[in-house]
Design a protein around this ligand. Sequence first.
Ligand SMILES: [Fe+2]
Length: 350
Amino acid sequence: MAEGKVLVISEEHALCYHAKKDLTREDFSVTIEPEISKAISLARMDNFDVIIVSSKDVSIEQNKLLQDLKKERFDSLIIAVTDNYSYYAINNMLQLGIFDFLPESFEPKNLFLVVKQAILFKRVKNNIMIHEEKIINMEKQISLLSKKVDEGVKNSISLYSTLQESYVRSIKALAQLIDMRDKYTYSHSENVTKYAVAIAENMSLSFQEVKDIRDACGLHDIGKIGIRDAILTKDGKLSPDEWILMKQHPEMGARILRDLDLKNIAELVKEHHENFDGSGYPAGKKGRDILLGARIISLADAYDAMTSERSYRNIKLSKESAIEEIKRNSGSQFDPKVVEVFLKIIDNLV
Ligand SMILES: [Fe+2]
């Protein structure tokens, strides 16, 4: 394969001679056509890498033809052989998109060097264009891919949250059945949730913290699943051994929820029977060592237990008496701050 295709448009004997002899020897394919209109027809049919034109042979009209050709064959590089370096001549050559100049009395080796340099330049330019095209395609693919990844991530997040919600709903339904085994009313979980969420929202907790509290309320006694009906539904007082078993339900519930990957909720459930003064269970945690969410659930749970229909184990209290009981236990069983907020909102809750 030829090193490159060269078209020489000239009647100049020396130029035609050296182009044919020296460039062919270096493996270039050389076409010589002295008549410019014929040369231009040739250039339109074939894609020459380099066109060498002797400016002495080119009239203004022919110059225009060359300009038109350059527009069509923009990747052909033009080398002008001229001794005319006047402003007018140079301007003409530049309009022609000249790549390089050679003097009329050029050294034969310089002809080869200028042509070789033009071919190398063209190759580098072509390579750059190919790489630019590849980069543009890659950028398009990356942008397409990143859109798909974005959509995929969004879909996964929404699917995950839908799955988790329906997951939590199913477990809550199970927890409601356990409440009923424990002789609570069907609405115990709903009431605890209502009180706890109202307190949490009034304490300016974050959206996620309120959501965790809401979910934990519906699940706080799920650990009772492992406690026998004989203990859970016992009319009289529980024996010390039975109490030991009963006190395991927060830890048991937390273990179930951890296994279900509901870690935040598990921690709230674990601490919902801790008391502010450290007298609660399972760990006997004190004050602010107990999670705020758990301190809120503890109060909401106790208030609903006092006022619910459940009680043959406890005497049902009126709303006023239950509020007095809560106040009385502020600082011992309950966090005074939580009690304070509870007292502000309880009258607005049905
Ligand atoms: Fe409980």
